[in-house]
Design a protein around this ligand. Structure first.
Ligand SMILES: C[S@@+](CC[C@H](N)C(=O)[O-])C[C@H]1O[C@@H](n2cnc3c(N)ncnc32)[C@H](O)[C@@H]1O
Length: 232
């Protein structure tokens, strides 16, 4: 996937993200829960998109900085956050425009699965964290690829594409990299992180019933996986 791929459907993705089950009632609440208290902390959102997580972190008292490879997504984040957030167009696969140890925490929601090579991006995210800092990650759950592609090799790092239709009817093909769970955790430790939390959380308790009518009594479903890493 080209780094600026989201330019073509930034507004459709963003409107969908703000009301759907997977982002609004599952991924974002789960990340905010893992992040916990951030009052007074300087938090970087890597692949911040249109900034819904930045806005929520700001509301919790964090000083926030975000970057995204898509200039259209950053423009939407600017409209949302005004002058109160520092925003950059930058590519996570390249050196980042921040000094060493600039941040208390980094969050990277649903972005690492777009990258084939994790070594340099994880090294950059570690470089910009303070000693004792945390990296909070979400990404496609590694089981998903195997569930939808039963004959595929789970253990191979593999590119795959899925077509999405957003709530306004616009469609987009998103291209991801699958990697097995052990390749994820090995990349984290190789980059100098300690795994503090691995989470497969429930959806949020305020999720409208009509969004989860298929789930019966289940409080969780397989979709994303979440990690909290600490600088070791
Ligand atoms: C699924 S969206 C998630 C946006 C936001 N984190 C959220 O949860 O609302 C993925 C975002 O990652 C960005 N992205 C993809 N590849 C990137 C890269 N190499 N560097 C920086 N951002 C990237 C896209 O432009 C898009 O805004």
């Amino acid at each position: 996937m080209k780094a600026n791929h989201y330019d073509a459907f930034a507004a459709s993705y963003t409107a969908d993200n703000e009301s759907n089950l997977l982002n609004n009632y599952y991924e974002r609440p789960a990340v905010l829960d893992l992040v916990g208290e951030v009052e007074g902390r300087h938090v970087l959102d890597a692949g911040c998109g249109a900034g819904p997580l930045l806005a929520a972190l700001q509301a919790k008292g964090a000083k926030v900085t975000g970057f995204d490879a898509s200039s259209a997504m950053i423009e939407l984040a600017r409209q949302r956050l005004g002058e109160d957030a520092t925003l950059h167009v930058a590519d996570l696969s390249q050196p980042l425009p921040f000094t060493d140890g600039a941040f208390d925490d980094v969050v990277a929601s649903l972005v690492l699965h777009y990258l084939q090579d994790w070594a340099a991006p994880l090294a950059e995210l570690r470089r910009v964290l303070k000693p004792g800092g945390r990296l909070i990650l979400s990404m496609n759950h590694p089981a998903i690829y195997k569930i939808f592609n039963p004959s595929a090799d789970y253990f191979a790092v593999t590119q795959y594409s899925e077509e999405y239709t957003f709530a306004d009817g616009q469609s987009a093909v998103l291209t991801f990299w699958h990697r097995p769970l052990q390749a994820m955790t090995t990349a984290f430790t190789d980059a100098g992180f300690r795994l503090a939390v691995l989470s497969e959380p429930p959806y949020a308790s305020d999720t409208p019933r009509e969004l989860i009518s298929d789930l019966g009594e289940r409080s969780s479903f397989l979709c994303f996986i979440f990690f909290v890493l600490e600088v070791s």
